[in-house]
Design a protein around this ligand. Structure first.
Ligand SMILES: NC(=O)c1ccc[n+]([C@@H]2O[C@H](COP(=O)([O-])OP(=O)(O)OC[C@H]3O[C@@H](n4cnc5c(N)ncnc54)[C@H](O)[C@@H]3O)[C@@H](O)[C@H]2O)c1
Length: 329
């Protein structure tokens, strides 16, 4: 199969591309804008064609889609804190970009899979969201992702485009940009920097190992019913504070580094997905959180060359703005 993978130079996209090329022998074209979160080196070990461009650019998109059997769209701005500070890029990429891709897919008659998130459902105190739960997003990130999902669904109903949506829960694993909870805490723990936990740290997330999500997306692309959305949730839930405590144990950091900081505005308390629908297609998560976290910490310990340029670059300025403190050199 020949795939156009948009946003394939980011965290989940690069894991997906690696899995498709290695395990399925797919030919992959990656289209990526290379924002701060996208890196060519995430795909250094994988054979692929690369197009540097934005999904909101119709000419680039049309050319990149030529000859593709399917399009998988990971391209997104993905950090909730950045969406609160500067929502513009979120609207451009999620609304305009998704629309441009859908139009090109319609013109080419190509199957289209949108990678989405559990955050579109908002927060849930008890129980789990199914695919028919209402969309009640809380942040500019999740609201623009929800808008993109609705637009994708409309292209199935209105034009008969073969669309699929995969809503993943919180991912973790190798090559995640260190603004996100797990790599942020691992790198700070390794440097003896404070470990800043928002609010009381009791926000619960449904952790999904990135390779499980990548396989789930491939599975839905192959076996999903057009027009449908599929939740792809992790096997375990864990409050943030416990995640940080486990990272302290795994890295041997000083527990007094744990510091509570002012909570994120509108911070969702708990995410939880019911994934029976994708399980009925034959997908199962293979990595439990305890083992996956151990592997992830080991990956960051063994791959300093991957994260050192990030931690010493623009990320420092972002960190200072966000947490009002500096990280060690
Ligand atoms: N990280 C998670 O926990 C998680 C969970 C569920 C779903 N998702 C979804 O999965 C997708 C990928 O997330 P990620 O964590 O890998 O993100 P990421 O931030 O690591 O990567 C995003 C990629 O998209 C590219 N990109 C951004 N804007 C673009 C544009 N306009 N045109 C082309 N490329 C562009 C970036 O350069 C980068 O390579 C997103 O759609 C996200 O909403 C993420």
């Amino acid at each position: 199969m020949r795939l156009l993978v948009c946003g394939g130079a980011g965290f989940i996209g690069s894991n997906f591309v690696r899995e498709r090329v290695r395990d399925h022998g797919d030919a992959v074209v990656v289209l990526d804008k290379l924002t701060y979160a996208g890196r060519r080196e995430n795909l250094r070990d994988v054979e692929h064609e690369f197009v540097h461009g934005a999904i909101e650019d119709p000419e680039v998109v049309t050319a990149a889609m030529e000859g593709a059997d399917a399009v998988v769209n990971f391209a997104a701005e993905t950090h909730v804190d950045r969406s609160i500070a500067e929502p513009d890029a979120f609207v451009t990429t999620h609304a305009l970009g998704t629309w441009v891709l859908l139009e090109a897919a319609r013109a080419a008659g190509v199957r289209y899979l949108q990678v989405s998130t559990d955050e579109v459902y908002g927060s849930i105190e008890e129980g789990s969201f199914t695919e028919s739960s209402p969309l009640q997003p809380s942040s500019p990130y999740s609201a623009t992702k929800a808008g993109a999902d609705l637009l994708v669904a409309s292209y199935f109903h209105t034009y008969g485009l073969q669309t699929l949506i995969c809503r993943g829960s919180n991912n973790y694993g190798p090559r995640q940009y260190p603004e996100k909870l797990i790599p942020l805490m691992v790198l700070n723990a390794l440097h003896g920097d404070p470990l800043p936990v928002y609010g009381d740290g009791m926000q619960v997330r449904n952790w999904l190992y990135v390779e499980d999500f990548a396989r789930g997306i491939g599975h839905v692309l192959a076996h999903g019913a057009p027009g449908e959305a599929y939740n792809v949730g992790g096997p375990d839930e864990c409050p943030n504070i416990e995640v940080v405590q486990r990272i302290i144990e795994l890295t041997g950091a000083d527990p007094s580094l744990l510091t509570f900081v002012k909570d994120r505005p509108g911070h969702d308390r708990r995410y939880s997905l019911a994934s029976e629908k994708v399980r009925a297609l034959g997908w199962e998560a293979q990595v439990r959180f305890a083992g996956g976290l151990e592997q992830t910490v080991a990956w960051y310990q063994d791959n300093r060359a991957w994260w050192e340029p990030i931690r010493s670059g623009d990320y420092r300025a972002y960190y200072e703005r966000q947490y009002g403190s500096r990280i060690a050199d």
